[in-house]
Design a binder for this molecule. Structure first.
Ligand SMILES: [Fe+2]
Length: 380
C-alpha cells in the first residue's frame, strides 16, 4: 500500500519513529537491539535500517525541519537577493547589492587551477547568508574548436584574464548555470563582446528588472542568445560547435533552475547548485588564517547537510525533502539522465572539486532519486 512520505512521523506512545528517505514499504519492527521498547526501520535503504537513539532522532528532525523551513524559503545563493524582488528601492534592497557578496580583493584570494588540459577553475571565498562559507567557483573550458566557454563566471581578475589569454582568449560562450550564478556575466560580456550568453528561463527577465531599477551596477540587461526552457530540458542546443563537446541537462525542477553540463572530451561534469561538496577548503585556501570565517552552529549544520562524505545521508535528506519536493518526478528524471553520462570529474560551484570517482559519488548522493526513477511503474 502506498503511504504518505513525510519528514516526521509520530505514532502514539509507546512508538515514535522518524523516517527520512523515500520509504517504499511499511515500517518493519526490528526488535530491541538497544534495549528501547521498540525500534523501527524502513526497507528502502541501509541508512533507514539503523535505529536512531531518541535524542538523535529529535536532533535530526529539528535539523531537517529547520532547514526545510528556512532554506526552502530562500534561494540557494545570497546573490539572488541582489537581483530579485527589486520592485522597490528600499534600504533592504540596497543593502543586498552584490558588492556585499563578493570578496573586495578577488585577485588576492582567487585560486586558479588546471583541472585537465582544457578545463580551469577560478575559486574564490563566498559566504552564504553572510555566514556560511560555501565558496564560489567559475569554470573555463577550451572547446575542441579552440574557442572558450565560461560557466558561472566569478570576478574577472587580472590573473583570470591572463589565464583566458593563455588559452587563446577567444571567449565565445558565457553561461549562467542557474538563476543565481549570473552576477559577473556583464563584466565578462564587456571584456568578451563576441560571446553568446546562455542561461535558464527567467534569468533574462530577472536581470532586466535589476538593470532597469538600477539596484546593482554589476548587473546589466545584455540579451541572451540561448535560454533553456522546459521544452528544451533534454535537448538544449547552443550551436554545432558547442553541441559537439557538451551534453546539457536543464534541471528545471531544481528551485534554482540548474543547467548541468558534461564536457565529453575530458569527462567533466560542470554544475552550480545541484550538488555542493562542502567544506569549501580550496576556496578559502588563500584567505589569511586570522580572516577565515568561524562558522557557528547553523553554518556547521548546513555544511554537514552539504557534505558528500560517508554515505551522504544528510545531503540525501536535503535533496529529497527540500530541493526536489516541488516536482520530484521531474527532478528524478533529470538526475537519472545525468547519471547515464560518462564522467569522472565533478566541478561544483560550492565546495571541493571531485577528481576521479565522480560518477560513483553522484550515484551515491542521488541514490534515492535514482532508485525512485528505476522503480517507476512498480509498487511503491
Ligand atoms: Fe550557488
Amino acid at each position: 500500500m502506498p503511504r504518505p512520505r513525510g519528514l516526521l512521523r509520530v505514532r502514539p506512545h509507546p512508538v515514535t519513529f522518524v523516517t527520512f528517505g523515500p520509504s517504499r514499504h511499511a515500517p518493519i519492527p526490528i526488535g530491541h537491539p538497544t534495549g528501547h521498547p521498540r525500534h523501527f526501520a524502513t526497507s528502502s535503504g541501509d541508512n533507514e535500517r539503523v535505529p536512531l537513539h531518541p535524542a538523535r532522532r529529535i536532533a535530526v528532525a529539528f535539523l531537517l525541519v529547520t532547514s526545510t523551513a528556512v532554506l526552502a524559503s530562500l534561494p540557494l545563493d545570497d546573490s539572488s537577493s541582489s537581483s530579485s524582488n527589486n520592485n522597490n528601492n528600499n534600504n533592504n534592497t540596497k543593502a543586498a547589492m552584490s558588492s556585499k557578496l563578493v570578496p573586495p580583493n578577488p585577485d588576492e584570494v582567487m585560486v586558479i587551477r588546471d583541472i585537465t588540459p582544457n578545463v580551469v577553475t577560478f575559486s574564490v571565498p563566498f559566504l552564504r547568508f553572510g555566514r556560511v562559507p560555501i565558496g564560489g567557483r567559475g569554470t573555463l573550458v577550451r572547446l575542441t574548436s579552440g574557442s572558450l566557454a565560461v560557466f558561472s563566471p566569478v570576478a574577472l581578475t587580472d590573473a583570470a584574464r591572463a589565464k583566458v589569454a593563455s588559452l587563446g582568449g577567444d571567449v565565445r560562450y558565457l553561461i549562467a548555470s542557474d538563476v543565481e550564478h549570473h552576477i559577473f556575466l556583464s563584466e565578462w560580456a564587456r571584456a568578451y563582446p563576441d560571446a553568446k550568453l546562455i542561461g535558464p528561463e527567467g534569468l533574462p527577465e530577472k536581470r532586466r528588472k535589476v538593470a532597469a531599477a538600477g539596484d546593482d551596477p554589476r548587473i546589466g540587461a545584455e540579451p541572451f542568445a540561448v535560454v533553456a526552457t522546459r521544452e528544451s530540458a533534454t535537448g538544449l542546443s547552443v550551436d554545432d560547435e558547442f553541441d559537439r563537446d557538451f551534453a546539457v541537462e536543464y534541471v528545471h525542477a531544481h528551485p534554482n533552475r540548474e543547467l548541468v553540463f558534461l564536457y565529453r572530451p575530458e569527462k567533466v561534469l560542470i554544475q552550480a547548485d545541484l550538488l555542493f561538496n562542502l567544506p569549501a577548503v580550496e576556496q578559502y585556501s588563500r584567505v589569511p588564517e586570522d580572516q577565515k570565517p568561524r562558522p557557528g552552529l547553523i553554518a556547521n549544520m548546513f555544511s554537514r547537510m552539504q557534505s558528500t562524505s560517508g554515505d551522504a545521508t544528510g545531503m540525501k535528506r536535503f535533496m529529497w525533502h527540500v530541493i526536489s519536493r516541488g516536482n520530484r518526478a521531474a527532478f528524478n528524471e533529470s538526475v537519472a539522465r545525468i547519471a547515464q553520462w560518462d564522467f569522472d570529474t565533478i566541478i561544483p560551484c560550492h565546495g571541493e572539486t571531485v577528481i576521479g570517482g565522480g560518477k560513483e559519488l553522484f550515484e551515491r548522493v542521488f541514490e534515492w532519486h535514482l532508485e525512485a526513477e528505476q522503480g517507476k511503474g512498480t509498487k511503491m
